[in-house]
Design a protein around this ligand. Sequence first.
Ligand SMILES: Nc1ncnc2c1ncn2[C@@H]1O[C@H](COP(=O)(O)OP(=O)(O)OP(=O)(O)O)[C@@H](O)[C@H]1O
Length: 558
Amino acid sequence: MARRPLPRILSNGSAQLARSRELARTAADSATDVLHPLITITRGLRRLASAGRRRWVDTPKDRRGALLFGVAAVLLAVALAPYGPLLAVVALMAAAAWHGRDRTPAVPAGPAPGQLQRLKSLYEALVPYFAASDDPEPLYARGGDWGKVFSEYEFDGDGRLTHLLISYPAYFTDAEPASRARIEHLLGAKCGRGREYHFSWDEEANQLTVRVLAPLPTDIAAQPFVTAPGETVLGFTDPTRVQRTLPLTHGAHGEERTDVPPVVWRTGVRSTEPHLLAVGQPGSGTSTLLRSIALQALHHGDVVIVDGGGTGEYACLTGRDGVLAVECALSGAVTSLEWAAAETERRLAAASKAHQAGDPPPEDTRRPLWLLLDRPSVFTHLAAADDGGTDPQALLVAPLRHGRAANVTVVVAEQFDGLDALAAPVRQHTRTRVVLGPATAEQLEAVLGAPPHTTPVDQMPPGRGYARLGTGPVHRLQVPATPDPYDDATSEAHRQAVLDLLPPRTTPADEEPGPVPEAVRLDKAATEKVAAAAGLAPEAEVSEPAAPEGAAVAESSS
Ligand SMILES: Nc1ncnc2c1ncn2[C@@H]1O[C@H](COP(=O)(O)OP(=O)(O)OP(=O)(O)O)[C@@H](O)[C@H]1O
């Protein structure tokens, strides 16, 4: 069957359209070239006129007459002078041309020579990772065109890259973490060490965006944070993934004000990750994080602290309103956690009775109770050494499992080498995770459950690390400086910031335990261990769970 020819408009209409568009564009370009001097002079006249108007408006009313007279005299002189009007017009045009010139700074045509060298070497470094020998049109090839793959780039004043958009071939295995990690490692090294980079992979468009992250602020001290009940600020992060900001003071004496994106952890009945595990090397700042959490928790709740480190880092909290116990010894830890387990069950039973009766949960089940455990693995080892000794972690099962409904929150801080000693329920129920201080990629992934999207930094300041709430994104984190105010090395401003946040003391002055020298504390722990080994009864016994409000301070650190 013979094919009917396509209608004319369909066969060559679009070609004609394109040709006319091209003609119109050329005509417009030529017109712009011809009219350019006219456009410049018009713009200049407009600018001169508006400058004259401004001058007139700025002149005080009593001097306007003199100004008008001056202008009229000049005009008269010009009009009477030979060739005056002609010279005046020429001068005016020259002034207009000068003022009307285009003042937008010329955009550099491309990168400076040093920057070009960096881009070229980065391209060459990526070739082995992104090239395939059987690709007929390779994006990456030795001596290839870097301009095709780096569509956006920015440099800082020192000529180092701060932003880069990289295109890569579709066959690159960007869904595999190992492949991504190789590229991220290479880019981190080639773009300059000592800075942190954020990588954002767009698998659909086959593009990778690299951004340099500004360092997180390290001079933010503990302070009252503007949060709702049930919210705890773990620290501060980048604005990339967190939209909310907190108004804060910072600087050596808290003299500056700033808005910083926080990592906010929600606890309580509606929380999906009601317990927290913080891990780090010794000295990485996990105790500081626990202290920061305790100071925030004390606004609305009660706190029990179990300190396996035994260095008295929580002594400042002893005897304060809402602090039910600060335990540094195994027997005290067991006693307090037995009480906490019983209290959790009591709260559950009371709440369920109220539900059945159609009443709201009783008031004494709603006040948040916080169990903060620093290095519980130490007590686990001590309990194992004591034949038949109770492991405090075993007492955490009820608070961990039912804490959400009973308003009981468990926070555990542990060092990397003590992670193996953590009980299964602790690992299973602590779904908010924090890693502070230096950590390998494997350690980060093991604790957080996902790798961070940023390169590790060479020098980790104390309190710096990563946080992940449940299955959410991994955030960079800087914990607010919340030092032990009894530590001599603490700066006066930070010490005062913590002292200002401490609740008033509830223990009478003569019973106040006060800060205890480390040697005494350790002696006591050792004595108890021996006593327990000899089958002696623990020194403090709490059989009934006391009501949290106004509860006596269970003190084992004095
Ligand atoms: N967020 C922070 N900001 C400023 N300094 C911090 C921060 N966190 C910790 N530090 C400082 O780092 C040091 C160690 O902190 P911290 O005692 O909290 O670490 P740790 O992990 O508990 O170590 P350890 O278990 O050995 O005591 C302290 O001198 C503390 O002041």
